[in-house]
Write a protein that binds this ligand. Sequence first.
Ligand code: ADP
Length: 169
Amino acid sequence: MKSAIYPGSFDPVTLGHLDIIRRASRMFDKVTVCVLDNKAKTPLFSVDERVRMLQKVCENMPNVYVDSYYGLMVDYARMIGAHVSIRGLRAVTDFEYELQLAQTNRMLSNNELDTIFLTTSAKYSYLNSSGVKEIAAFHGNISRCVTPYVEEKIWEKIREREEAAEKKN
Ligand code: ADP
């Protein structure tokens, strides 16, 4: 069975991520989307919230599983028996970081884990989670960036934050 892992922060999952997941699901028997708990970033959504959103947007893809992990991605991949990591490439600016990450992971896994890059669909090449969060913070239109379910969750979160800030003042 060909099994792959698609690791990332997914804070939150965008249509760009979803496009990569859909395409990967046609190439592999099983794709595990793994939310990595990256302590270096301050997330908008908790890991559990991100997992729930991913589960919801992937529910029509039977060979896609969603999980989370606190630790090294290579350890998780070994645990589930995945030998391929999927990453998305948007622009040349992604390349240097992604190349380094792929080589580091190959070294850490003793050559057991390889990375496959899927290039973004042109219509999503500008999309990233940080941008979506920034637009949402100023109440801009994010309907072309995420699914309606994720959009609803973002507005809920923004409202929560605004109410908390109001109470403080
Ligand atoms: P990370 O914090 O690990 O970069 P992200 O959630 O930002 O996690 O992204 C996970 C993966 O999805 C990365 O390989 C990233 O390049 C890719 N990706 C993000 N947005 C897009 C997009 N719009 N099109 C294609 N790939 C994307």
